[in-house]
Ligand binder design. Structure first.
Ligand code: NCD
Length: 309
């Protein structure tokens, strides 16, 4: 399918995504059976390189790899503990890693780093988030969660709430969901943090509307509310959480249609009231679980592709 996974735009049609999701479902079934999955990564090593904080993405990729029989070498604080501190260039670091390991998963603070890594890496490279650019594996697990819940991802109204400008998960999600038919995006956020979905979606026929508050969004009864946190490390919009528009509470969730879902890439902060966690419409823990199967499947595909080279 592809040698590296850098951008959600590498998926070019909903059919391509659906084929991938069928394989993810197969992985999920295998994981839940007594036979488990094939040890595709046995004898192989993953370099897990994080120059930005991570809980889910790092542990998820590493667990995916370990479950497939591989070993991991992990740098969870690459911004302070790697040769980057000595002034080594990003591409030299990647060249070094790719002489040593069989696959690299990396998160960096700069948009474009993942694409540059792919130009020099001899082994598969997975983008685990490049600054405020993209987070394509998160988008895959998000859309897999949507696909499983609704049985398809066509004809959905999708509320995107929060720091849309700096949330890389949103950028990748727009690209993937934009491959489906009849998607309407409903954007909620302050003007300074707003985006133009057209920048991320290349095909015509995707509709979007901007709303002032979450209440306005809840009133239209969307299928999905995708919440994001303020990316405070990337900009200086300090008064963000004082605005009511960005807070989803239990009462609002009760007003949503029964089949609706509330999503969040996590970590969440004050944007979702704790009582929402107990509502069956909150699927963010399912997203985490699905991420494991998505990443196991992606890794297997990348390894197979490499073998074919
Ligand atoms: C996101 C990220 O790091 O981009 N988290 C994640 O990987 N699941 C979202 C965020 O940090 O807000």
């Amino acid at each position: 399918m592809f040698k590296h996974f850098i951008s959600a735009s590498q998926f070019t049609s909903s059919e391509m995504l659906e084929k991938f999701f069928e394989q993810v479902r197969h992985t999920e079934t295998a994981c839940n059976s007594i036979h488990g999955v094939l040890p595709t990564a046995r004898g192989k090593v993953m370099a897990s390189w994080y120059a930005e904080p991570s809980t889910r993405t790092r542990i998820s990729h590493e667990t995916a790899w370990l479950k497939m029989g591989g070993s991991v070498t992990s740098t969870a604080d690459a911004s302070s503990m790697s040769s980057v501190v000595k002034g080594e260039s990003w591409t030299d670091s990647i060249k070094t890693l790719s002489e040593l390991v069989d696959i690299i998963v990396a998160r960096t603070p700069r948009e474009g780093d993942a694409a540059n890594a792919a130009t020099v890496s001899k082994v598969p490279f997975i983008n685990a988030g490049d600054g405020c650019g993209e987070h394509p594996t998160q988008a895959l697990l998000d859309v897999y969660t949507i696909w499983k819940h609704f049985g398809s991802a066509n004809n959905l109204s999708v509320g995107l709430v929060g720091d849309l400008k700096y949330s890389r998960t949103v950028h990748s999600l727009l690209m993937l969901l934009g491959l489906y038919e009849n998607i309407t995006y409903h954007l909620v956020g302050p003007e300074r943090l707003m985006i133009n979905p057209g920048e991320y979606i290349k095909r015509p026929g995707v509709h979007f509307r901007v709303h002032r508050t979450i209440d306005d969004l809840v009133d239209i009864g969307p299928d999905i509310i995708y919440m994001t946190r303020n990316q405070q490390e990337r900009h200086a919009v300090m008064d963000y959480y004082h605005h009511k528009w960005h807070h989803l509470n239990g009462k609002q969730v009760e007003r949503l249609p029964k089949r609706a879902i509330v999503m969040h890439p996590l970590p969440k902060k004050m944007e979702i009231s704790p009582e929402v966690d107990k509502d069956p419409r909150a699927v963010y823990w399912q997203q985490v679980k699905n991420g494991l199967f998505v990443r196991m499947t992606l890794i297997r595909i990348l390894l197979e592709e490499k073998t074919c080279d």
